[in-house]
Design a protein around this ligand. Structure first.
Ligand code: ADP
Length: 173
């Protein structure tokens, strides 16, 4: 599994799947969620509503998949990150679970290239330095690495980009 770090807008990427940092309603929101729904068009929201009607949204740490509408990717994997309300083992576990849920769902759907935003580090206020450590440890421990060709971390802000650039040098060694 090749791991890359880029700075940019995840909605521009032509990969098999991009990950959305959604909320548990699956009905859209701000940040990356807003950008994905705006650019991807109504098909994504319609699919999210169907999932919501069937299973009542998406819990924190879990993931669901929809087509990508007008986006250049094929699928959107929607996951719900934990809201940072102070240091807790539970928050750390849930952030790790988000990444694993997305990767496992990707494998189930024969997705070989996947791009992640920095889940929970926007309006959910997860400290970026803590989040990146959890993400790196989770990816290192992911056992089905050979089933994914490329994993891209898409950083939107300078701070995350700088942190990921430093850490990924270590992961790719
Ligand atoms: P959360 O509620 O999980 O914190 P946000 O969307 O507020 O979700 O933020 C998650 C991360 O996504 C933040 O680091 C934010 O800078 C980043 N982000 C916002 N818009 C985009 C985008 N278009 N492409 C990639 N990342 C984005």
């Amino acid at each position: 599994m090749l791991v890359e770090v880029i700075k940019g807008d995840i909605t521009d990427l032509k990969v098999d799947a991009i990950v959305n940092a959604a909320n548990s309603s699956l009905l859209g929101g701000g940040g990356v969620d807003g950008a994905i729904h705006r650019k991807g068009g109504s098909q994504i929201l319609e699919e999210c509503i169907q999932i919501r009607n069937k299973q009542g949204g998406c819990s924190i740490g879990k993931a669901v998949i929809t087509p990508a509408g007008n986006l250049p990717s094929k699928f959107v994997i929607h996951t719900v990150g934990p809201y940072w309300n102070g240091e807790s083992v539970e928050n750390r576990k849930l952030l790790a679970e988000c990444y694993l849920s997305c990767l496992n769902l990707a494998i189930k759907n024969n997705i070989r290239t996947i791009a992640f935003p920095n889940i929970s580090t926007g309006v959910y206020h997860f400290p970026k330095e803590i989040a990146v450590e959890i993400v790196i440890q989770t990816i290192k421990g992911f056992i089905d690495k050979e089933k994914i060709d490329k994993l891209i971390f898409v950083c939107f802000d300078d701070e995350n980009f700088y942190l990921y650039r430093q850490k990924i040098k270590i992961i790719n060694k």
